[in-house]
Design a protein around this ligand. Structure first.
Ligand SMILES: *Cc1c(COP(=O)(O)O)cnc(C)c1O
Length: 243
C-alpha cells in the first residue's frame, strides 16, 4: 500500500471510530480531502481510493488541478480559502461549493456569475466563532441576516455553516466553540431546512468536531502529508507542472 493509501484509510478509520464513540451514524459525517498545494497526481490517486470531494484554498493552484482532472466527471471541488470579490467568477464557474462565504457583496456577484447550465453554487457561511478581530467570517449574531439575504439569490443555495476555531489546544474552549456552531445551525434550519451541513474539524481536531455535531471534516495534512511551504499564491503558481 502507498503512503497516501495508508493515510487515507487511517483517516477514514478515525472518522469511523469518532462516529461510533459519539453514537452517530457514519453516514452523517463526510470527509473533505484538502488538497491545497498538492499535485493533481495525488488528487487522482485519492480519487481512485474512492474520495470525491476535494478542498482547495488558492485559485490558480486549484484551477491547474481542475483542468488536469477534467476527465473525472463526478469529482467535487470545494473552495475553502478566503475569496476576494474580484476573483469570484472563477469560483462561480468552476466549483460546486464555496465554504467561506462571509459577505453579501460577494454572494451577489457569485449568483450573477453562476452559469445557467450549472446547478446552484452550494454555499456555507463562514462564522468567526472565536470572534477574533483579525479573522474572516461573520460574527455569530450576523448569521441570520446574511443567511436570509443569501437565500434570496437565485443561483446560490445555503447549505450550512463552516468555521475555523481558535488555534488552541484547549479542548474545553474548542468544545464550546463547536457547540455554539451546532446551535447556530439548528437555528438556521428553522428558516432554511436545506442547510444540513456543519463543516468543522481538521487533521488535529476531527474527533472533537464529530463529537460536537460536525457533518464534514476537512482533512489535509493527515491524508496528503505536511505541506512544504506555507503556500503563498505566487509560490504555488510558479511551481511548474505537476509531477
Ligand atoms: C488547510 C485547511 C484545512 C486542512 O487542515 P489540515 O490541518 O492540514 O488538515 C482545513 N480547512 C481549511 C479552511 C484549511 O485552510
Amino acid at each position: 500500500m502507498s503512503t497516501l493509501e495508508q493515510r487515507y484509510h487511517a483517516v477514514q478509520q478515525r472518522i469511523d471510530k469518532a462516529c461510533e464513540q459519539a453514537g452517530r451514524s457514519r453516514q452523517q459525517v463526510a470527509l473533505l480531502a484538502v488538497s491545497k498545494t498538492k499535485p493533481a497526481s495525488m488528487v487522482r490517486q485519492c480519487y481512485q481510493l474512492g474520495q470525491r470531494a476535494f478542498g482547495e484554498n488558492y485559485l490558480q493552484d486549484a484551477l491547474d488541478k481542475i483542468d488536469a482532472l477534467a476527465d473525472l466527471d463526478d469529482i467535487e471541488w470545494h473552495f475553502i480559502g478566503h475569496l476576494q470579490s474580484n476573483k469570484s467568477r472563477t469560483v462561480a464557474e468552476r466549483f460546486q461549493w464555496l465554504e467561506t462565504l462571509d459577505r453579501l457583496k460577494l454572494a451577489r456577484r457569485l449568483s450573477d456569475q453562476r452559469p445557467e447550465g450549472m446547478a446552484p453554487l452550494q454555499v456555507l457561511l463562514q462564522v468567526n466563532i472565536s470572534e477574533e478581530a483579525q479573522k474572516s467570517g461573520v460574527l455569530p449574531s450576523q448569521v441570520p441576516e446574511l443567511a436570509a439575504q443569501v437565500a434570496e439569490l437565485p443561483r446560490l443555495t445555503v447549505r450550512g455553516l463552516m468555521c475555523i476555531p481558535e488555534a488552541t489546544d484547549d479542548e474545553q474552549l474548542l468544545s464550546q466553540q463547536f457547540d455554539r456552531m451546532q446551535q447556530l445551525l439548528e437555528s438556521l434550519r428553522v428558516d432554511h431546512p436545506q442547510a444540513d451541513t456543519l463543516s468543522m474539524g481538521m487533521s488535529g481536531d476531527l474527533e472533537l468536531a464529530i463529537a460536537h455535531g460536525s457533518h464534514q471534516v476537512r482533512v489535509g495534512t493527515d491524508i496528503f502529508g505536511a505541506r512544504d511551504q506555507p503556500a503563498s499564491v505566487s509560490v504555488v503558481a510558479d511551481a511548474g507542472p505537476d509531477t
